[in-house]
Design a protein around this ligand. Structure first.
Ligand SMILES: Nc1ncnc2c1ncn2[C@@H]1O[C@H](COP(=O)(O)OP(=O)(O)OP(=O)(O)O)[C@@H](O)[C@H]1O
Length: 333
């Protein structure tokens, strides 16, 4: 976490979309779109953390896969230091492969159980650099030490480690090519509560030491409060509220953000919020509601919300997409 506000811009996403084709109907003859991400824009500065939050199915992992080029966006623009990442150019391939890395939620699944830790960490160097064998080993050992893994672990297999240690290995692997951006997809969600803080602290230390920027994906708002500079709240593929973390946590505007935050435990009783119960399920993205996607679960929805889709507008020092908020703002004028 870095409090400076004048850091250079590293990543810029404009109107990113990810639509999946899904066969539906009795004979699977109909093709429908799942709008997993439907027009998301944001910027990420050097040394900062953007947290992407929302319920399961809101499109967080689809966004992560686009940012790391595991999947190409259906539409939209993506720039790294002003370079168009979606251009087919060998220079862009190198940038894509090296400068933006991903760390997955489940280190049990993402580490090959048949390979030793040393081999797992060496692999990105072997594929992407022409370092000698001894230089590769030196770099692996240096990275192991940075993430708090002992040298003697070099020849051990993933199953010999605890969940927290495995996530340290996954983080080390993500850092082997000296990336500038790490997209961390629920990096601590699979860990015991007692280990979570250690891994989060490690990530924050590495951020400071290496000047990393994070896109930190999480459904857990108490974790996000700890690590984020900026927050983007997603609902059914769209961003409903976005901006500075403190502004959103201190003064959430969207009824969805308010409900999520009201369910977040806080130690200080003065900071506890009145519980707003979120009823109903996230609608199916195959049959999204008309109008605002949140309208059926929203305690403040009125007729207009069922017919029109709100856009993000600046309000209370951050952006929010909600007709009720717009109406309140007009009345206050
Ligand atoms: N390859 C795919 N084909 C079809 N639909 C998909 C595909 N990947 C994701 N989806 C759908 O897109 C929507 C968003 O999924 P995504 O995994 O991005 O959400 P999420 O917020 O990361 O949820 P979770 O935390 O459960 O992973 C979901 O409805 C999901 O079923």
């Amino acid at each position: 976490m870095n409090n400076s506000t004048t850091n250079p811009l590293l990543l810029e996403a404009k109107n990113l979309k990810q639509y999946y084709n899904v066969k539906s109907g009795v004979f699977k003859r109909q093709t429908k779109h799942v709008k997993a991400v439907d027009g998301v824009s944001f910027t990420l500065e050097k040394g900062k953390t953007l947290a992407v939050v929302g319920e399961s199915g809101c499109g967080k992992s689809s966004l992560a896969r686009m940012l790391t080029m595991i999947e190409r966006p259906t539409a939209g623009e993506l720039y790294f230091k002003g370079n168009n990442l979606l251009e087919s150019d060998p220079k862009m391939d190198k940038l894509r492969r090296q400068k933006i890395q991903i760390v997955f939620q489940n280190p049990y699944a993402s580490l090959n159980p048949r390979k030793k830790i040393g081999t797992i960490l060496e692999e990105p160097l072997l594929i992407n650099t022409d370092l000698s064998k001894s230089d590769r080993k030196a770099k692996v050992l240096a990275m192991m030490s940075k993430v708090g893994l002992k040298e003697e672990f070099y020849n051990r297999y993933p199953h010999m480690f605890s969940g927290g240690q495995r996530q340290r290995i996954a983080i080390a692997r993500g850092l082997m090519l000296d990336p500038e951006i790490v997209v961390a997809d629920e990096p601590v969600s699979a860990l015991d509560v007692s280990v979570r803080a250690q891994v989060l602290n490690l990530m924050m230390d590495l951020q400071e030491e290496l000047g990393l920027s994070y896109v930190f994906i999480s459904h857990d708002l108490s974790v996000v409060e700890h690590i984020a500079d900026d927050v983007m709240v997603m609902y059914l593929g769209r961003c409903v509220e976005q901006g500075d973390k403190n502004s959103i946590y201190d003064n959430p505007q969207h009824p969805y953000t308010q409900a999520l935050l009201s369910a977040t435990p806080r130690l200080n009783p003065d900071l506890r919020r009145e519980r707003i119960k979120l009823t109903g399920e996230l609608p199916s993205p195959l049959n999204p509601p008309t109008g605002c996607a949140f309208n059926a679960r929203c305690r403040l929805a009125f007729e207009h919300c069922t017919q029109h889709q709100p856009q993000l507008v600046d309000y209370c020092q951050h952006k929010v997409s909600c007709f009720y908020v717009e109406k309140q703002a007009r009345h206050a004028e």
